[in-house]
Write a new protein. Structure first.
Length: 67
């Protein structure tokens, strides 16, 4: 596990990834202080394609619950 005092992991390019291309937490939720998740391409997806946004847009996941 990698962590910092502020609980934030970042890189110079602003991208966090793993070999599998999946970012997750114990609770299965990724969020920021503003409750917004985005990428350079404006695309957020899962293996099931459950979360998505169009290019150049962002996805607000402030209250997303999946069971």
């Amino acid at each position: 596990m990698l962590t910092t005092c502020g609980g934030l992991l970042t890189t110079r390019g602003g991208l966090l990834t793993t070999r599998e291309g999946l970012l997750t937490t114990r609770e299965g939720l990724l969020t920021t202080r503003e409750g917004l998740l985005t990428t350079c391409e404006g695309l957020l997806t899962t293996r099931e394609g459950l979360l998505f946004a169009t290019r150049g847009s962002s996805l607000n996941v402030r209250a997303v619950f999946m069971h």
